[in-house]
Write a protein that binds this ligand. Structure first.
Ligand code: ADP
Length: 175
């Protein structure tokens, strides 16, 4: 696809950080189907955003795996939280790759609707949900790159461990 010259400044940054500290338009939450909070990045986002986030999430009545929902960011520096539900790893032959791809695509679709220009993602499913980190990072990067071919946004791939950073760096070499 021909690149639009206006989009030349789009970037993907690999950043080691706690996603709740980032001053971006939107942070992505690796949530569960209830959207009512959990452990890992979900717990961190809810505790930094405060109880109003949980209240707004209650009104969403959950979210199927692979889909995404948007709320305000409340106590976070980010204006929005995009909640997506990654697949639970169960060996790799149960549609996990496609579901993970859908998470990124649906997050980007919401980002476009809300004119979000900077968006930070955790490594969805690669924590408690057990998706192999290298495979998750490869899928994430491919989806990020394909969105950036069309849109002028800055994407941050947040690495919460050295291993995540390493996996993203390895995945980058494939492009
Ligand atoms: P899932 O249930 O989708 O696997 P987790 O929250 O368990 O979600 O993990 C997803 C990824 O988010 C993991 O790589 C984990 O290390 C990372 N993570 C956990 N807490 C944070 C945080 N505060 N900021 C950024 N990433 C985080």
């Amino acid at each position: 696809m021909q690149k639009d010259p206006d989009n030349w400044h789009s970037t993907i940054k690999l950043v080691m950080a706690d996603i709740t500290t980032l001053e971006v338009d939107a942070v992505v939450n690796a949530a569960n189907n209830s959207l009512l909070g959990g452990g890992g990045v979900d717990g961190a986002i809810h505790s930094a955003a405060g109880p109003e986030l949980l209240e707004e999430c209650r009104g969403l009545c959950g979210c199927p795996t692979g889909e995404a929902r948007i709320t305000r960011g409340y106590g976070l520096p980010a204006r929005f939280v995009i909640h997506t539900v990654g697949p639970i790893w169960s060996g790799g032959d149960n549609g996990e790759d496609d579901l993970l791809r859908n998470c990124y695509r649906n997050c980007f679709a919401l980002a476009e609707l809300h004119d979000i220009k900077t968006i930070a993602f955790p490594a969805i499913s690669a924590g408690v949900y057990g998706f192999p980190m290298e495979r998750a990072c490869r899928i994430a990067l491919r989806e990020m790159m394909s969105y950036l071919e069309k849109k002028n946004v800055d994407v941050i791939a947040v690495c919460f461990s050295k291993r995540a950073l390493w996996c993203y760096q390895v995945a980058l070499q494939d492009f």
